[in-house]
Ligand binder design. Structure first.
Ligand code: ATP
Length: 329
């Protein structure tokens, strides 16, 4: 284990059976699988934010849910501070769940509309038995509300989610996480449903949580601008695989994989000083059954040749802590 490594994921794979139509039950065709997450490895250090970036369907959510064991991975290993998460029984897993939390994309959908801010936080306190008396509960709730800047506290204490803005609702969700004092948090597109004007406040809160409470994060997004604001490193995902990973500024200044170059090119205002050659890729992430025997980006890649069609590229080092899976770059 590397020093201060909080999360280590090795060869994580999660596949789903493709549902067969009624008629195919009579055919001899064999069962096919979608490899939503396909043999990925990475680690996250203490107080580090690793961003996962990719188009819809590339496997970001399946990866997150697998790491938290909200779904069971098909294979691979996941360790939290050296402890094998996949080997934990349900009782031990419950203890670890408290340390590993998730912030969801849709704050309103994740809150009970019939619970006030204080009741929402109180429910978390009660479920996890964090306090013995009502006064202790109130103290924890007040501290969490101050932490996520729902202040003055008395103004928000009895408010229902419908009376809060999107940014304030996301702060309640974050309060519910912070009250548990987690060490690792997965933020799954936490600002994508928020108005642009309130996004920066929520991103600042994530940075504050990281610094003040030594929390390590996975930050999932398809938006490079917000990733640039919060992430120490970024991993670019395509069809269940990491195709490039490295320090955020290094990748933005020197993207190596053609897919990364195309993603950066699609965000013209990310940094006007970054000059990236236009990469003509079209279409969406396809759904391709099976584990794959070649580069999954091959059909959309302007540089692809026979090798890309016949072999699977492995990660190679292209810079300081910067790796890419591509034959042609
Ligand atoms: P989005 O940004 O839209 O949430 P994503 O990058 O998080 O997308 P996933 O939701 O992880 O991607 O999905 C990855 C692939 O796995 C997709 O092709 C999806 O259709 C497939 N998939 C996800 N969950 C299931 C499931 N329960 N059964 C079958 N296929 C699934």
């Amino acid at each position: 284990m590397k020093k201060h490594e909080v999360i280590k994921v090795e060869n994580l794979t999660k596949y789903f059976k493709i549902k067969k139509g009624f008629l195919s039950n009579f055919s001899k065709s064999k069962q096919e699988y979608i490899y939503a997450v396909n043999n990925i490895s990475f680690s996250i250090g203490e107080k580090e934010i690793l961003g996962f970036i990719g188009e819809s369907g590339c496997g970001k959510s399946t990866m997150s849910r697998s790491i938290l064991r909200l779904i069971e991975p098909s294979s691979g290993t996941i360790s939290f501070k050296g402890k094998d998460i996949l080997a934990l029984n349900s009782k031990d897993l419950r203890k670890y769940r408290r340390k590993m939390q998730m912030i969801f994309q849709d704050p309103f959908g994740s809150l009970n509309p019939r619970r006030t801010v204080a009741d929402t936080l109180r429910q978390t306190v009660k479920i996890h038995k964090l306090a013995e008396t009502i006064d202790e509960e109130d103290k924890l709730i007040k501290e969490a509300m101050e932490e996520v800047e729902l202040i003055p506290v008395e103004e928000y204490w009895d408010k229902y989610p419908a009376l809060l803005s999107g940014g304030q609702q996301q702060r309640v969700s974050m309060g519910r996480v912070i009250i548990l004092k987690p060490e690792f948090v997965i933020a799954d597109e936490p600002v994508s449903m928020l108005d642009v004007s309130v996004r920066i406040g929520v991103l600042k809160l994530i940075l504050k949580m990281k610094e003040k409470h030594n929390i390590s994060f996975i930050y999932i997004t398809h938006d490079l601008s917000t990733a640039r604001y919060v992430c120490d490193r970024i991993a670019i995902m395509y069809l269940g695989k990491i195709v490039e990973i490295g320090p955020t500024e290094e990748i933005l200044a020197n993207p190596v994989h053609p897919y990364t170059q195309a993603l950066i090119k699609a965000v013209p205002d990310i940094d006007p000083t970054v000059k990236v050659k236009e990469i003509p890729i079209k279409g969406y992430v396809p759904v391709v059954p099976g584990e794959g025997v070649n580069c999954s980006f091959y059909p959309r890649c302007p540089y692809a040749d026979e090798q890309c069609n016949n072999e699977m590229p492995t990660m190679k080092k292209v810079g300081d802590d910067h790796f890419v899976a591509c034959f042609k770059r």
